[in-house]
Design a protein around this ligand. Structure first.
Ligand SMILES: *[C@@H]1O[C@H](CO)[C@@H](O)[C@H](O)[C@H]1NC(C)=O
Ligand SMILES: *[C@@H]1O[C@H](CO)[C@@H](O)[C@H](O)[C@H]1NC(C)=O
Length: 454
């Protein structure tokens, strides 16, 4: 995820949504679900030292995308410790399996780190110089392993299969897409993912229906002219003037061509031109990124960037071509939460963590490759708050000062386990896990069958 995060929490809207959801579930079902949820939170609290220990172990060995060998081995060792079988996917990815049969539900964590130098300070600081878990993926892994521990202890009561997906290469490598293409989530009918978020109060959860994170596409535009002596510009075709003008012109795509009520970003972040003072270069390369909240917006901007690069450069006698760098950084589509899955996750979070611990967030413009899971099956992505001013757990994701309030981790583990337990208890999507009336009936049935101790 890119560094700027600014979810605006709207507690009033959150409360309204919550009341609407609560009103649809009859009392006995809610009581049963609450009993189930309460058990998970106290079990997670008891497992807190184990969960935090796992996180610290992983924090010390951060690895970049598709190089997560030690990380993958450490996760495998913990799954072995828990007696959970697993298979390998996507080079360094793993899928553990708890329970059996249909339906199946995915809980997903990402495992890669960033090329960031971690400052001195933590006892369990990165031992890989120039690598840091600055996006909280160490926390995500520890929460998923914590959930695995809770689920394994309740395996006999599970009404289906939980797929514990540890995916590599979230930071631009589309590891999630590769896992899905290799069949890692075959048979699953829903997926849930958590991301720690420094703007949300520690231990609370923020989510929304529909699009929660943007799509992303990076570009490299080459403006080609004909270089020569800088004192004789009339004998050259100057790509610097053309490229400088193009940088300004590109800004009109978002400001003039996309709806002010839509959300899109186009940033030129890299300019590479000549290397001396008196020679006009042959070419200028512009690099940058585009973000938007809909696939349609992304594709519209893609087409217009190509057209404008060509025609604008041509106006200066240059050629403008665009490379979308898909081999280096695949397209991440916008991350769209399924409405039913988001409502379901909202209800589970309220039961597991408390009704006042669930907030509604606005969408944010960074991208996330959980989007590939959300495209494959109905899914919900949730932000788990880690903001704690006392601890200094306030810095943005991807910052070298990023710090994670570990007290949120057992809560995330309990929530992840709760999502899986309730989804399976309700019979999956077909059983109506995402429909309020059927869900209430299923929860009542589960309670009557004695599953409330879950
Ligand atoms: C922040 O961390 C401190 C120290 O661990 C803890 O006592 C406090 O409860 C935390 N605050 C929140 C809001 O979680
Ligand atoms: C632009 O492309 C055309 C067609 O390939 C070529 O003839 C022309 O020389 C190019 N112009 C520059 C300035 O590179």
């Amino acid at each position: 995820m890119a560094p700027r995060i600014n979810p605006q929490i709207a507690p009033a809207a959150a409360l309204a949504l919550l009341l609407a959801a609560a009103a649809t579930a009859p009392l006995p079902a809610r009581a049963a679900a609450a009993a189930a949820a309460g058990g998970l939170l106290s079990a997670a609290a008891a497992a807190a030292p184990w969960i935090v220990g796992v996180r610290r172990e992983l924090h010390a060995i951060p690895e970049l995308m598709f190089q997560e060998r030690k990380t993958s081995a450490a996760v495998a060792a913990r799954l072995d410790e828990l007696g959970i079988p697993y298979k390998r996917y996507a080079k360094t990815g793993l899928v553990g399996r708890v329970g059996a049969g249909a339906p199946a539900v995915v809980l997903r964590a990402d495992i890669d780190a960033l090329p960031v130098v971690e400052p001195e300070g933590l006892e369990f600081r990165s031992t890989h110089e120039g690598r840091m878990h600055a996006c909280g993926h160490d926390g995500h892994m520890s929460m998923l392993l914590g959930a695995a521990k809770l689920l394994k202890a309740r395996e006999a009561q599970l009404k289906g299969t939980v797929l514990l997906v540890f995916q590599p290469a979230e930071e631009g490598g589309a590891g999630g897409d590769l896992m899905i293409k290799e069949g890692a989530i075959e048979g699953a009918s829903a997926a849930f993912g958590l991301h720690v978020m420094p703007n949300v109060p520690s231990g609370s959860v923020a989510l929304r229906r529909g699009t929660i994170m943007a799509g992303a596409l990076s570009f490299e535009i080459t403006v080609r002219g004909r270089g020569g002596h800088a004192a004789l510009p009339h004998l050259n075709v100057d790509p610097v003037v053309a490229a400088a003008s193009l940088v300004g012109a590109l800004q009109s795509l978002v400001s003039r061509e996309t709806s002010p009520l839509g959300s899109a970003v186009l940033s030129v972040a890299m300019v590479q031109a000549g290397d001396t003072y008196n020679v006009i270069p042959d070419a200028v390369v512009l690099g940058g990124t585009m973000r938007a909240l809909t696939h349609e917006h992304m594709m519209y901007l893609k087409g217009r960037v190509e057209a404008m690069a060509a025609s604008h450069a041509a106006g200066f006698g240059c050629n403008g071509t665009v490379d979308w760098r898909l081999d280096h950084q695949p397209y991440y589509p916008p991350l769209v939460n399924d409405d039913g899955a988001a409502d379901f996750a909202w209800g589970v979070a309220a039961r597991v963590l408390g009704e006042d611990q669930v907030l509604e967030t606005e969408p944010i413009m960074p991208a996330e490759d959980f989007a590939f899971f959300a495209r494959a099956v109905p899914s919900a992505f949730l932000f788990l708050g880690i903001r704690n001013e006392t601890l200094g757990s306030v810095h943005n994701l991807h910052s070298r000062n990023f710090l994670l309030d570990e007290s949120a981790l057992p809560r995330g583990a309990a929530l992840a386990a709760g999502l899986a337990v309730e989804f399976l208890a309700r019979g999956g999507v077909e059983g109506g896990a995402f429909g309020a009336a059927a869900a209430a009936a299923a929860a009542e049935a589960a309670a009557a069958a004695g599953h409330s101790e879950l």
